[in-house]
Design a protein around this ligand. Structure first.
Ligand SMILES: [Zn+2]
Length: 266
């Protein structure tokens, strides 16, 4: 998770197990557009199609009902989700969008069966022809249900746009090509950015703390510097996908090094 950063630095404040693993969340952001009733999910976690052996390797503890429980808090359920934003197709971000249609190991179907599924076309193409270095992160079983499906909405080009009110996108290429970074206009001049694996946790806001997973680490550094600049110019809230303690924060970019400032949602 920390690439070339020495363990003596990154392990401060982290619980590291005997297998050199740390605890991470796989978060789903739920956004509701009250005037239209649209309910938008950003990413869906690892899902629950894992065999016991595969789950044990990563120490995955998945709860199939976690997203449903969160949806019920806003009076919604899986069938009332209108839109799923797929930032990228790594298994820890999209596994939960599909489930076995009958038995384990058979066919899959989309779990949010009434929702449009938004993904960048060039990322989708990359996921079907990954490099030797990143192919272990793409599990076909997670996204096979998208293939030829009427619910897929491909975003195109370098300035992708969709018809969801108040939602725009930035693109990030450092971690994986054409990762979607959703930007929500939440009113009163404020915005909320789900930064995806461009900055998976609060520790990763330091520009050079780049994951070994990233295909293009120098692009990640540039993208984080642009994010810091943006946070200095606007009222920006950041949602992290993998931070266990911090769901939504403001960054403090006033000092020499950016830090996590106010935690708005643990
Ligand atoms: Zn990823």
């Amino acid at each position: 998770m920390f690439g070339v950063v020495p363990k003596v630095l990154w392990s401060r404040g982290q619980d590291v197990d005997g297998e050199n693993r740390i605890l991470l969340a796989t978060r789903t952001l739920i956004a509701q557009h009250l005037p239209t009733g649209r309910i938008v999910l950003v990413d869906t976690g690892t899902g629950s199609k894992w065999s016991d052996d595969d789950a044990a390797r990563y120490g995955i503890e998945s709860r199939a009902e976690a997203i449903d429980e969160a949806l019920s808090k806003v009076g919604a359920d899986a069938g009332s989700v209108t839109d799923v934003i797929v930032t990228h197709l790594h298994f820890d971000h999209c596994g939960g969008m599909s489930e076995w249609s009958s038995g384990a190991g058979g066919k899959t179907r989309l779990r949010f069966g009434n929702a449009q599924h938004w993904i960048h076309r060039q990322h989708y193409d990359h996921a079907h022809a990954p490099t030797l270095r990143d192919r272990a992160s793409f599990l076909r079983v997670d996204f096979a249900a998208l293939d030829g499906n009427d619910l897929v909405r491909f975003l195109e080009g370098d300035e992708p746009a969709c018809d969801i009110p108040g939602l725009g996108f930035e693109l990030s290429h450092g971690h994986t090509p054409y990762q979607l970074i959703p930007v929500f206009d939440v009113g009163d001049g404020r915005e909320l950015i789900f930064v995806g694996d461009m900055a998976p946790t609060g520790a990763h806001i330091l520009p050079a703390w780049v994951m070994a997973y990233d295909l293009y680490p120098l692009r990640t550094v540039e993208e984080r510097l642009r994010l810091h600049q943006r946070c200095g110019e606007r009222d920006t809230m950041i949602a992290f996908p993998h931070d266990l303690q911090c769901g939504i924060v403001r960054l403090d970019v006033s000092g020499k090094k950016p830090t996590v400032g106010e935690v708005l949602l643990p």
